[in-house]
Every structure is written in structure tokens, then in C-alpha cells.
Design a protein around this ligand. Structure first.
Ligand SMILES: *[C@@H]1O[C@H](CO)[C@@H](O)[C@H](O)[C@H]1NC(C)=O
Ligand SMILES: *[C@@H]1O[C@H](CO)[C@@H](O)[C@H](O)[C@H]1NC(C)=O
Ligand SMILES: *[C@@H]1O[C@H](CO)[C@@H](O)[C@H](O)[C@H]1NC(C)=O
Ligand SMILES: *[C@@H]1O[C@H](CO)[C@@H](O)[C@H](O)[C@H]1NC(C)=O
Length: 454
């Protein structure tokens, strides 16, 4: 790529970033980056980059409240990690699968919508009519490891080029990098390109131009995680919801689903081990939210009034989630003992959301009805017509489209499964009070000069 084209491209990308960033925030310096894993709760565009345009949430009205356009986020606006980034004074983290020109200075997300702990590649099959992401938790960690190796190699190459520039390009072995053994093909390719460029430029160009080129080569690496980020960053995991509901879709009964939990928890433990090996030392593990209160599950599961608690949630289905969460919580305590220098915390969004149902001052007067959905059902959900583009019934040829409620801020659920921006903001506000962590996390909730959430 010529220098001109590359610069033009860069400006475009920067413009794009500026346009997406509507809120100006102060950097707090507490945690320089967020690296996240899991499902659609944290996916800022990864699955939609993998399957462009075909996903229902890649269409309006998704994104309407904040970004004014679909961004591959499963909400009308910002996700929990977007609010956390704001609180920490960081930029929103890009999805690692989105584009090579993404800005990773504040971290990135490897989370993938509809992903599971037990990944599709290890034989977990989607139930009828259900889609599971090919990027299960273990795949996300593999991708992250590859990313980390590549970043470290690029940064090392950049340092060598800098040294050459400082030495006035008298180095007579400009290809030394080619001898370097690197594990990854991709990494090797990048190194060769940088090397070739440096070789060519240094032979034919005036020193001033060489310096300019070096600056340009620096530009992409300026968008990589800041130095020291691997160890200082906040790592997040939120997953497991689809492992449970997919079993329901596969016709499994509740006892069978619960019997599979120890294996799932073990797979999360594998991911934690990998994060630790990658240098991660600050980790928050989110529990699973009260699925029995989700409008789509209330629609999906036939029930009578006796199956519901006083909050209108499915008693048995919430009990399953509580069972999972209890196991996860004790496992987190095991990791805390096992990895003495890992700061690991369990965050209960389950408790936050149950608390919300009893909180009259929180401003949500619709907590189990979808904001975006098809009118005519109790929970404003039509399982055949998700929020998004119109759907035509192949038999009747009748087209149906979901409509959006007047004030999404009054709703906890946006589309029946995922929460509104207002719901996400509320959960993050509650997280940052520190009241829902096991054990306390003062390095985040007390010692940080957190920005108020907007
Ligand atoms: C190029 O950069 C090096 C290192 O920063 C500096 O010492 C040198 O003076 C620069 N050369 C020119 C011609 O600008
Ligand atoms: C209820 O919601 C308000 C407004 O978001 C919040 O400030 C408060 O902490 C919540 N109360 C409880 C008990 O969660
Ligand atoms: C929620 O409450 C507000 C004000 O109290 C009211 O105007 C609005 O109609 C309510 N929305 C729903 C969905 O009940
Ligand atoms: C639906 O459309 C198809 C193709 O245009 C047509 O063949 C079929 O008769 C239509 N069905 C009904 C019920 O109108």
C-alpha cells in the first residue's frame, strides 16, 4: 500500500472513531485496558463482522438510542462494557474480529453473540431453530493468544526499527528479523512486510523521509494495547446463558441441564488458566442473569400462574440459574486460593437484576416485556419475528415487523433476550457501588476516580 493511500485510510478510520465516540471522558489511569470474553453481553460487533448483514440485530432499530445506527451490539445502545469503559475513561473496546484497523489502545473484546462455554467445535450442537456462534469460549481464548503473540512481535520489530533509525541506517544486516523464529504464520508475514519496507526505504530514501516512514509504521502500533496492558488490564468473562437455554431447545429436562454444570464450570476454569498464563491479573467473572424473567423465555416456556413468582418470573428456570451461579461462585473462590497473585472477583448481575425488580426508584416500569417486539402477546415477543428487519411468513406471505416502544429507557429488556442501554447502565452503576462483588474490589470501586456514567 502506498503511503498516501495508507494515510488516507488512517484518517478515515480516525474520523470513524471520532464519530462513534460521543461522550468525552477523562482517563482514570486505574486500568489501562479491558479485555473481555463471553457472549452477546460483551460483543461490540464480532459476530456481525463474521456474518455481515444477515443477523437480525445488524439492522435498525438496533443502536437507535445511542449510536443512531446498528453497530453489531445486541441492544438499542451501549453495552455494560461500554459503560465500564466510560467509567474508567477508556474508549469503547473494538471487537477483535472487526477490522485490522481497530483501535486497541483501550483493549478489545473477543466475546461473540450466541456463544457458549461448551463450544460448537467441541461438539455442542444447536437445538432446532437456534443459532450458536462458532466462537465458543475456548476459541475466543485461542484467538486472544494469537493476537497477543502478534502484538508482542510487532512491538519488538518496531523497537528494532527505531534502533536502526537512531543508528542512521548503517546496519548492514537489515534482514535480521527474517531469521527470527516466530510461531505464527500471520506474525511472520507482518514482520516480513515491515522488514521489506524498512529495507527498501532505507536504501533509497533521504533520512528525513526515512524518519517519516518510521512514524507511519508506528501509527498502527500506536493503536495496539498500551505497554504493560496485559498485566494491568481488567479481564472480563460473561457467558453460560446460551449453554443452558440451548439445552432446553434440545429438549433436555432441567435435571439433565444441571448435571452438566460441573463440566461447564471446568471449561471456564480452563479459560481462566489461559488468561492467567497470558499475564492477566485482574479478572471479573459475571454470573448468569435471572433467565426466568426474560420475556423470550417466558414466551417460549408454556406456563401457568403457579409457575411464576410474585415478580412474574419462572421459578424453576431461575432456580437452575441460581444453581449454576452458586457453583461458579465457589469455583471463583477456589481460583482466588489457587492463583495467589490473581485478583479475581465474582460479580452477581443476577442479584442486581432481581434487585431492580423491587426497586421502584430505578425508573423501569416494564421489566418483563420486550421494548422492541410484536404486539399481541403477553410479553411483546413473537419467537418467529425478532426485533429487526421485517419477516415474511412463507405460507401466508404476510410480512410482520417488530415495533419499538415509546421510551426504551423505561424497559429492562430491549428485544426479549438482551437488555436496553438503560438496563445495561443500571447494572454497571450497581456494579460500581461495590455491593455485588464477591469479594470486595476496592481497586475498582473505591480507589479509582471513576467517571460518572452518562
Ligand atoms: C531521525 O530520527 C532520529 C531518531 O529520532 C534522529 O536522531 C535524527 O536526527 C532524525 N533525522 C532526521 C534527518 O530528521
Ligand atoms: C434503585 O435504583 C436507584 C436508581 O438507579 C439506585 O440509585 C439505587 O441504588 C437502587 N436501590 C437499590 C436498593 O438497589
Ligand atoms: C412508565 O412510567 C411513566 C411515568 O411514571 C409513564 O409515563 C409511562 O407511561 C410508563 N410506561 C409504561 C410502559 O408503563
Ligand atoms: C405467496 O407468494 C408466492 C410467490 O409469489 C405465491 O406462489 C403464493 O401463491 C403466495 N401464497 C399466498 C397464500 O398468497
Amino acid at each position: 500500500m502506498t503511503r498516501l493511500r495508507r494515510s488516507a485510510l488512517l484518517s478515515l478510520v480516525l474520523l470513524g472513531l471520532v464519530a462513534e465516540r460521543l461522550v468525552e471522558v477523562e482517563a482514570t489511569g486505574c486500568f489501562p485496558a479491558i479485555f473481555s470474553f463471553g457472549d452477546g453481553q460483551f460483543d461490540t460487533g464480532g459476530l456481525s463482522a463474521t456474518f455481515p448483514t444477515i443477523l437480525h440485530y445488524d439492522h435498525p432499530p438496533y443502536g437507535q438510542t445511542y449510536f443512531q445506527k446498528p453497530t453489531g451490539r445486541h441492544s438499542d445502545g451501549r453495552l455494560m462494557i461500554d459503560f465500564l469503559a466510560e467509567a474508567l475513561g477508556l474508549d469503547y473496546t473494538p471487537a477483535a474480529l472487526q477490522t485490522v484497523l481497530s483501535d486497541y489502545t483501550s483493549g478489545g473484546t473477543w466475546a461473540s453473540s450466541y456463544s457458549t462455554i461448551a463450544s460448537v467445535s467441541s461438539g455442542n450442537t444447536a437445538g432446532p431453530g437456534l443459532f450458536l456462534s462458532p466462537f465458543g469460549l475456548n476459541v475466543q481464548l485461542m484467538q486472544f493468544n494469537e493476537y497477543q503473540q502478534t502484538v508482542n512481535s510487532v512491538v519488538a520489530t518496531q523497537a528494532r526499527l527505531k534502533a536502526k533509525a537512531a543508528a542512521g541506517f548503517t546496519d548492514d544486516s537489515p534482514s535480521e528479523n527474517k531469521k527470527k523464529q516466530t510461531k505464527s504464520k500471520k506474525t511472520r508475514h507482518i514482520l516480513q512486510e515491515l522488514d521489506a519496507e524498512a529495507d527498501m526505504e532505507s536504501q533509497t530514501m533521504h533520512p528525513t523521509a526515512v524518519n517519516a516512514t518510521l512514524l507511519e509504521l508506528e501509527a498502527p502500533t500506536m493503536r495496539l494495547p498500551r505497554s504493560g496492558s496485559w498485566g494491568k488490564a481488567l479481564y472480563l468473562i460473561a457467558t453460560g446463558g446460551h449453554d443452558i437455554t440451548n439445552q432446553y431447545n434440545n429438549g433436555k429436562n432441567i435435571d439433565t441441564v444441571v448435571a452438566g454444570f460441573p463440566r461447564l464450570i471446568g471449561l471456564i476454569a480452563d479459560a481462566v488458566r489461559q488468561i492467567y498464563r497470558a499475564g492477566g491479573r485482574n479478572l471479573i467473572v459475571f454470573d448468569i442473569e435471572p433467565q426466568g424473567c426474560q420475556p423470550w423465555l417466558l414466551t417460549r416456556i408454556p406456563h401457568t400462574a403457579d409457575d411464576l413468582d410474585w415478580k412474574g418470573c419462572l421459578i424453576q428456570y431461575n432456580a437452575v440459574v441460581q444453581n449454576f451461579n452458586k457453583m461458579l461462585k465457589s469455583e471463583v473462590a477456589v481460583w482466588r486460593e489457587g492463583y495467589t497473585d490473581l485478583n479475581v472477583f465474582y460479580f452477581s448481575q443476577y442479584d442486581v437484576k432481581i434487585g431492580l425488580l423491587t426497586n421502584d426508584t430505578a425508573g423501569f416500569n416494564s421489566t418483563n416485556t420486550a421494548c422492541c417486539g410484536v404486539a399481541g402477546s403477553t410479553y411483546n415477543v413473537n419467537l418467529m419475528v425478532p426485533c429487526g428487519p421485517p419477516v415474511m411468513d412463507p405460507v401466508t406471505n404476510i410480512t410482520t415487523v417488530a415495533t419499538v416502544c415509546n421510551n426504551p429507557d423505561e424497559y429492562l429488556y430491549w428485544d426479549g433476550m438482551y437488555t436496553t442501554e438503560a438496563g445495561n447502565r443500571y447494572v454497571m452503576q450497581q456494579m460500581l457501588t461495590g455491593n455485588f462483588f464477591d469479594v470486595p474490589f476496592p481497586e475498582l470501586t473505591e480507589n479509582c476516580q471513576l467517571n460518572p456514567l452518562t
